[in-house]
Design a protein around this ligand. Structure first.
Ligand code: NOJ
Length: 551
């Protein structure tokens, strides 16, 4: 069991539950989830048995990108509450032994941030513009963009401001990229880290951690060249070596606190570049999205697990496992669709399920039952692995992705900026169902800001609470057992004699056996502690995982 105050390594094998606050619970009935909603539902987190909460952005924002467009890094959006609510939530989490991790978005602010407003009001070459990345446009009057680069959400990455200058935004145009060469920007973020750490925040999830350091040449290369340029720390936009100087400064701030504040990098970099982000001189931990990008396939899982344990060992950090988050199609849905085959090399966001979303959820055909069965099996693998696990709100209910959200109700900028080519991420951000009936299925006393499907009723927390076979019951049992069984951060693969059956053992005998195939696999004499689906006599059925220990 984690002792938060004395154990400085609490994060190494923590289970972190991601709350996307606008869709978790709505305390005031305005249709938007808020901090009061989280406070009201805190017992759900306690019963679930997670170790920490990661709160996605709750800062003032016009929601051009779900809150990842931050107007003020040191405040709470009035629609979500107040700083006093934030303090109350942190205190309540601490009372029940949970840590609070908050999302930090340093690569870009919003276009409503006071700095960006100052930059627009100030002339070319001014100190106010130097906090962002401005360039002169091309052509005699600067009316052409400085380069033909696309933004990650589609559309151009450069936006004109009307005086011949353009600013860089790698994401939506409401998200101007900050200039991290600027000492004021650097100092201000140190202030922000202390602001929240002083309020008792235990750690930070760092958005686009690989993007902060940029080195744009005077002559900007065309996209055709830039997109294929290999990095090795020298790419103009991504994963530059000097980004680690920034994190070394942050580390000094984290270490001012007891226990030191933690951080986890969202860094979409090659696996062998990840250890620098995860090092103890840097952020300390980095997300590994390899499992999330992998098909439901035993050899792929085994390769990903082996590689990532090695990488984590190299950095001295623990590894991180993620199957779902607010950016990807939920894992029961991915696993109920035909396999992806290969990763999309061009995308920072996993695209599995993109075609299905585009068809409104009809093509290819989704096998909902098989998808959920596999998801439960994959979750038990994830939770038996050494390292920390990041769960996304709603996965404990076995929610599928919501398809068919009408275009006029979509919110994701990726949908608008790509002209509908990318449907985007709204389908995993639909407000949670808490009750089988009532307005917005108990999300709040009013409506929900994204439409909830009818099938949410049967998956509501109150329904699953009564059902010992529910996905919620499985998550609760798994997290309770995980606390009891937790062991040193290593595993040994066991020979199963079958390519589609994986088995590994932790140093204390805790064993995980998973049958990815469809042929049953004989059980051993070990005591079965938990099973992701009912067992078939003395056989482990397909798409099922068990936890055992020597009898
Ligand atoms: C990664 C976040 O997870 C995603 O939701 C966001 O849109 C981009 N970064 C830009 O901040």
């Amino acid at each position: 069991m984690i002792n938060a105050q004395t154990d400085h390594s609490w994060w190494r094998q923590a289970v972190v539950y991601q709350i996307y606050p606008r869709s978790f619970a709505d305390g005031n009935g305005d249709g938007i989830g808020d901090l009061r909603g989280v406070i009201n539902r805190i017992d759900h987190l306690r019963k679930l048995g997670v170790d920490a909460v990661w709160l996605s952005p709750f800062y003032p924002s016009a929601l051009a990108d779900g809150g990842y467009d931050v107007d003020d890094y040191r405040d709470v959006d009035p629609l979500l509450g107040t700083l006093a609510d934030f303090d109350e939530l942190t205190a309540r989490l601490h009372e029940i032994g949970l840590k609070m991790i908050i999302d930090l978005v340093p690569n870009h602010s919003s276009d409503r941030h006071v700095w960006f407003r100052e930059a627009l009001a100030a002339p070319k070459g001014s100190p106010a513009r130097a906090r962002y990345i401005f360039r002169d446009g091309l052509g005699p009057d600067g009316s052409e963009p400085p380069a033909d680069w696309p933004s990650i959400f589609g559309g151009p990455a450069w936006e004109p401001v009307g005086d011949g200058q353009w600013y860089l935004h790698l994401f939506a145009k409401e998200q101007p990229d900050l200039n991290w060469d600027n000492p004021e920007v650097r100092a201000d973020f140190l202030h922000t880290l202390r602001f929240w750490s002083d309020r008792g925040v235990d750690g930070f999830r760092v958005d686009v951690a690989h993007g902060l350091a940029k080195r744009l040449p005077v002559e900007l290369p065309p996209w055709s060249e830039l997109r294929t340029r290999t990095g090795a720390g020298q790419h103009p936009l991504w994963d530059r070596d000097e980004v680690h100087d920034i994190y070394a400064e942050w580390r000094a701030v984290f270490n001012e606190y007891t226990p030191p504040r933690t951080a986890v990098a969202e860094a979409w970099v090659d696996a062998d570049r990840r250890p620098s982000y995860a090092s103890a001189e840097g952020l300390g931990q980095a997300f590994n999205f390899d499992l999330l990008q992998s098909d439901y396939d035993a050899p792929s899982f085994r390769t990903v697990i082996t590689e990532n344990l090695e990488l984590a060992a190299r950095s001295g950090s623990s590894t991180t496992w993620v199957l779902s988050n607010h950016d990807v199609v939920r894992h029961p849905t991915r696993y109920g669709l035909p396999p992806l085959g290969a990763k999309d090399p061009d995308s920072v966001i996993a695209k599995h399920g993109a075609d299905w979303l585009r068809s409104g959820g009809t093509e290819p055909k989704l096998d909902r039952e098989l998808g959920l069965r596999r998801a439960r099996a994959a979750t038990l693998i994830e939770l038996a692995l050494p390292g920390s696990a990041y769960l996304y709100q709603g996965e404990e209910l076995g929610l599928h992705e919501v398809a068919g959200i009408p275009a006029d109700q979509r919110q994701d900028p990726a949908f608008f900026r790509s002209g509908g080519e990318q449907i985007g991420r709204d389908g995993c951000r639909v407000p949670l169902p808490w009750t089988a009936t009532g307005s917005s299925y108990g999300f709040g006393s009013g409506p929900a800001h994204l439409p909830q499907p009818d099938w949410f009723a049967g998956l509501a927390v109150e329904v699953q609470d009564r059902d010992p076979d529910s996905t919620l019951a499985l998550y609760r049992a798994a997290l309770r057992l995980r606390r009891e069984l937790q062991a040193e951060e290593s595993l040994t693969w066991l020979d199963t004699g079958r390519e589609d059956v994986l088995a590994f053992r932790r140093p204390n005998g805790w064993t995980c056996v998973s049958n990815f195939g469809s042929e049953p696999y004989p059980l051993t004499a070990d005591e079965v502690l938990l099973s992701s689906s009912p067992l078939d006599g003395d056989e482990l059925p397909g798409a099922t995982t068990i936890w055992t220990r020597p009898a």
